[in-house]
Ligand binder design. Structure first.
Ligand code: PLP
Length: 459
């Protein structure tokens, strides 16, 4: 059942606009950053015009910026902080480990504990290796699949984001001018200067179109090491994959000895056994990140024991060597272990319930305000779309320039009234959230849509 709302002035969570004032601390920090970082920025994702508010601290589901304004954090560092900020149990575990040393040229007991939690939960994870980010995990999974199959190419889905490895970035931002047919999407570069050989070695598939995807995989089967698939892909609209689509991907990859990799860097958040547990489709390898580090930098590549032997250094240099100075550093492992232990099936059940209620409420706000829009998502994840059309794949969810502008305007107004979300419309819940916070969010959202309906762009 949706959360009831009445549009009112956009003050449900209070006005939070101090950072925009001339002479604000954020303005001064940003001006200083210009001299030491390109564009004052060291993470493209958090770029914001004219400049961002700088964060000072976080507690639970709230972030306080350097001006003293507080916002409800509906982004949680792009879904990583499932327990919000500075959870006492995580602070305690990380602090205790910190005091005994932060990284060593030796393994620590903590890495075994976290690996055991992951193998216990994820159907596909018989063995685990830790990395420092989701991007690295995806890179190692691809290299591992190549080593396992001795084949050069991978297939990935149009529009899907998997971090910054060259091969994983292909066709991330394809547009109508170059994306080719739906049956055989073109391989397009994301970063300028991407070597043509990279584009040649990535076969691009249409998400949620089993017939087309199967046909393309069959054509390329002899040279494909892996099919890389996010079952709830954020940049493809955050619609859950169709079950028949996932089953078709499992069947065709198995038939041709291709490694099926699920990228669950975000989707591990949707349930105790990840998205693979929720959908009942088990891949050969899985990449993880974000929530498993308890708020510290992390990634992991997991998989069937037989496939994961490519990383085993026990008999000389392995087929897929894998180093990393900070891999499995014990502070991340200790924080991640506590974060995962607190994620019980009951906790997921509660997050699922809140998520479903919130998506229905936000959808109802669009209808009540008469503003075009829809909400997608699964579990504790949600995404706003500034359009009414049916959303099935990357092409249908890709915004027109006008739609993108409207979404940026809505998210910006939320930001000015106490709610932090991504400019792409992504949002997520954290365990400290309850009905009261979500009611505030929905009231603010209704008020912001009312402004959008009445005035459109603000002057
Ligand atoms: C599905 C997916 N894969 C991989 C990554 C890369 O993870 P990281 O930012 O830790 O490198 C992300 C990051 O958002 C992601 O959403």
């Amino acid at each position: 059942m949706a959360i009831a709302t009445r549009p009112k002035s956009p003050r449900a969570l209070g006005e939070t606009r101090l950072w925009l004032q001339p002479g604000s601390r954020s303005a001064a920090l940003w001006a200083r950053a210009q001299h030491v970082m390109p564009g004052g920025n060291t993470r493209t994702t958090v770029h914001m015009a004219p400049y961002p508010p700088y964060a000072a601290s976080g507690d639970g589901c709230w972030i306080t910026d350097v001006e003293g304004d507080r916002r409800l954090d509906c982004l949680n560092n792009y879904t990583a902080l499932i327990h919000g900020h500075a959870h006492p149990a995580i602070v305690e575990a990380a602090g205790q480990r910190l005091a005994r040393g932060t990284s060593f040229p030796l393994p620590t007991p903590e890495e075994i504990e976290l690996a055991a939690v992951l193998t216990g939960r994820l159907p596909s994870a018989e063995r685990v290796r830790f990395t420092n980010s989701g991007s690295e995990a995806v890179m190692m999974a691809i290299k591992g699949a190549r080593a396992h199959t001795r084949r050069p190419k991978i297939a990935k889905f149009e529009g899907a984001y998997h971090g910054s490895y060259d091969y994983a970035e292909v066709s991330l931002s394809s547009g109508p001018e170059s994306w080719g047919s739906l049956a055989a999407p073109a391989s397009t570069a994301y970063s300028r200067g991407t070597p043509p050989a990279v584009l040649d070695d990535v076969v691009v598939l249409p998400f949620n179109h089993p017939e087309h995807a199967v046909a393309r995989i069959q054509q390329e089967a002899g040279s494909l090491a892996a099919v890389l698939l996010d079952p709830v892909p954020n940049r493809v609209g955050l619609m859950p994959a169709r079950c028949d689509f996932l089953e078709a991907m499992r069947e065709v990859t198995r038939a041709h000895g291709i490694v099926l990799i699920f990228d669950e860097v975000i989707s591990f958040r949707v349930g105790y056994h990840g998205a693979q547990g929720a959908f009942g489709v088990v891949p050969d390898m899985t990449t993880l990140g974000k929530i498993i580090g308890g708020g510290f930098p992390v990634g992991a590549v997991c998989g069937r024991a037989e496939v994961m032997t490519v990383f085993d250094p026990g008999r000389g240099t392995p087929p897929a060597p894998h180093g990393g100075t900070f891999n499995a550093n014990p502070v991340t492992m200790a924080a991640g272990l506590v974060a995962m232990q607190m994620l019980t099936p009951e906790t997921f059940g509660r997050l699922d319930e809140l998520g479903a209620k919130l998506r229905a409420s936000l959808d109802a706000c669009f209808t009540q305000a008469g503003v075009s829009g829809r909400v997608t998502g699964m579990g504790s994840l949600f995404r706003l779309h500034p359009m009414d059309r049916e959303l099935v794949d990357y092409r249908s969810t890709r915004t027109t320039p006008e739609e993108a502008e409207r979404l940026v305007r809505i998210v910006r107004r939320l930001m000015e009234h106490g709610v932090l979300m991504s400019v792409t419309g992504l949002g997520c819940l954290s365990t400290p959230m309850a009905d009261a916070e979500l009611e505030g969010l929905v009231e603010t959202f209704a008020a912001v849509l009312e402004l959008e309906r009445r005035s459109g762009p603000s002057e």
